[in-house]
Design a protein around this ligand. Structure first.
Ligand code: ADP
Ligand code: MG
Length: 252
């Protein structure tokens, strides 16, 4: 069976000459349809760059990415964005501060030529646990957790198959983090979504993902099933250090 997301020897270099940064080197992974796959590693290890390369925010310098067996087109076409959507860490930065939630959610629908915006916006708000009452509010009238729910609603409104989640709860208070992670879990089950989720937090990845790739300095360290984290059966020293460093790490 072809994996839904296939990444082969991906390389991303930012800048040129002396200023060049090899942010991602020879990263390969497969994500199966319906799976949640985690990328974990310390800050600067290249996790976000992998997601940015998939969705066209960073250019691919080597290797290949295929979605459903089809190599990515550059630039990505509208069909790609109907299939793949991204959720960023910072809901403050990713939602326009002077646009109502209605406008934030209307824009992708208008761009992709959907005519049933009204019904889709109401459904999307309901899906993320925000009622219709939020529709004409502004981002500053929402809490951080509510704003991240809006970002998730915006990502889901085109009914994509794949969500690329970049530290989706890292900017939130611990209690709110769990709520948003549980929401993402429920949405994946309900809609049959496939996740590629980035986190520096092993507990988040252990809770959310069936398999994970540990990254360091832009490269793969090892791929593990969730159970290996829970039983602390990492084979590589770097992963063992990460486990020790994540004090309070608890298997769910
Ligand atoms: P992570 O998400 O794991 O923290 P990133 O993918 O953001 O890591 O960054 C990987 C490396 O690429 C880091 O060394 C970072 O400084 C560098 N980097 C990220 N974005 C850029 C950019 N736009 N220009 C130059 N270097 C960058
Ligand atoms: Mg990052």
């Amino acid at each position: 069976m072809t994996a839904l997301i296939e990444i082969r020897d991906l390389a991303v270099t930012y800048g040129k000459g002396h200023a060049a940064v090899n942010a991602v080197k020879n990263v390969s992974l497969d994500v199966q349809q319906g799976e949640s796959y985690g990328l974990v590693g310390e800050s600067g290890s290249g996790k976000s760059t992998v997601l940015r390369a998939i969705c066209g925010l960073a250019s691919i310098s080597g290797g290949e990415v295929r979605i459903n067996g089809v190599p990515l087109k550059t630039p990505r076409d509208p069909a790609f964005y109907r299939q793949v959507q991204m959720v960023f860490q910072d809901p403050y930065g990713s939602i326009h501060p002077r646009h109502t939630i209605d406008r934030v959610l209307s824009e992708p629908l208008a761009i992709h030529g959907f005519s049933d915006a009204e019904a889709r916006i109401e459904k999307a708000l309901e899906d993320v646990g925000l009622g219709k009452g939020f529709r004409f509010r502004y981002p500053h009238q929402l809490s951080g957790g509510q704003r991240q729910r809006v970002a998730i609603a915006r990502a889901l409104i085109l009914e994509p198959e794949i969500l690329l989640l970049d530290e989706p709860t890292s900017a939130l208070d611990a209690s709110i983090q769990a709520e948003v992670l549980n929401l993402l879990d429920a949405l994946r089950a309900e809609k049959g979504l496939t996740y590629l989720l980035v986190s520096h937090d092993l507990a988040v990845v252990a809770h959310m993902c069936e398999r994970l790739l540990v990254m360091q300095h832009g490269a793969c360290v090892e791929e593990l099933p969730r159970e290996a984290l829970q039983s602390r059966a990492a084979t590589q020293r770097y992963t063992q250090d990460l486990l020790v460093a994540s004090e309070g790490f608890k298997a769910p």
